[in-house]
Design a protein around this ligand. Structure first.
Ligand code: CA
Length: 235
């Protein structure tokens, strides 16, 4: 990819906005900045960015309203929420509404850059997976072949039940992103199948981790985001 990727920052705090903008420009991204929600939406449609950094507390619109509008579009552009709101419920809400990631202020530049890279990689992977048949997710000594339904750990095949594999597949496809409990339950068991109980998911995750020889206190592949969901690491 030789062309610069464009990032739209929607943030009313100019000091933070400028700070992020300088960091992104220095890292070879093209940056456009908006200081209100309406300006943000207008720049979004005029510039077609590759990714949006979205503050929730804006003077005219709530960030979640903007997220809803962006999620109503046919082509999904990744959105990372940058917010001072650090309550679990707020994060779950934004992630369930389709945000790709959530970074709590104050954050370090390197963390933000890592989340941006991971989100852009995932967007690329999802685009590819729609057109390409063979897709292999690889991290450390774990390899998940999504088209062959085959999992290799340190070169040896590991067997999973159908639901366990579906969970792994979902986590791998969205590697780097926190998937909420409800998101996973709905994808694997349908809108009503797993409703109201995370227990079935927890049991499956425990089995997956046992088969992957994960040490729960030092996970190599799958992180638990307490009270929110799970995130598969992506490199
Ligand atoms: Ca704000």
């Amino acid at each position: 990819m030789s062309e610069k990727q464009t990032i739209l920052i929607i943030e009313d705090d100019r000091a933070i906005g400028n700070f992020i903008s300088r960091a992104l420009t220095a890292n070879d991204y093209r940056v456009i900045s908006a200081y209100t929600g309406k300006e943000g939406l207008s720049l979004f449609f005029s510039h077609g960015p590759d990714l949006v950094l979205l503050d929730l507390g804006l003077p005219d619109l709530d960030g979640l309203e903007i997220l809803t509008q962006l999620r109503g579009l046919p082509r999904e552009i990744p959105v990372i929420i940058i917010s001072a709101r650090d309550r679990e419920a707020e994060k779950v809400r934004a992630l369930d509404m389709g945000a790709d990631d959530y970074v709590v202020k104050p954050f370090g530049v390197s963390e933000l850059l890592a989340r941006i890279r991971s989100t852009l990689r995932r967007a690329e992977r999802l685009k590819l997976s729609q057109g390409i048949q063979r897709d292999v997710y690889q991290i450390k000594d774990l390899s998940i072949d999504l088209s062959r339904h085959q999992v290799l750990l340190d070169g040896k095949e590991v067997h999973f039940t159908q639901n366990e594999f579906k969970i792994l597949e979902l986590l791998a496809l969205y590697a780097g992103k926190v998937l909420t409990y409800d998101f996973i339950l709905e994808h694997i068991w349908g809108p009503y199948g797993g409703s109201g109980s995370n227990q079935i998911l927890r049991v499956n995750m425990a089995n997956i981790r046992r088969k992957l020889k994960e040490n729960p206190s030092e996970p190599k592949y799958i992180h638990t985001e307490l009270g929110i969901g799970y995130r598969m690491l992506d490199d």
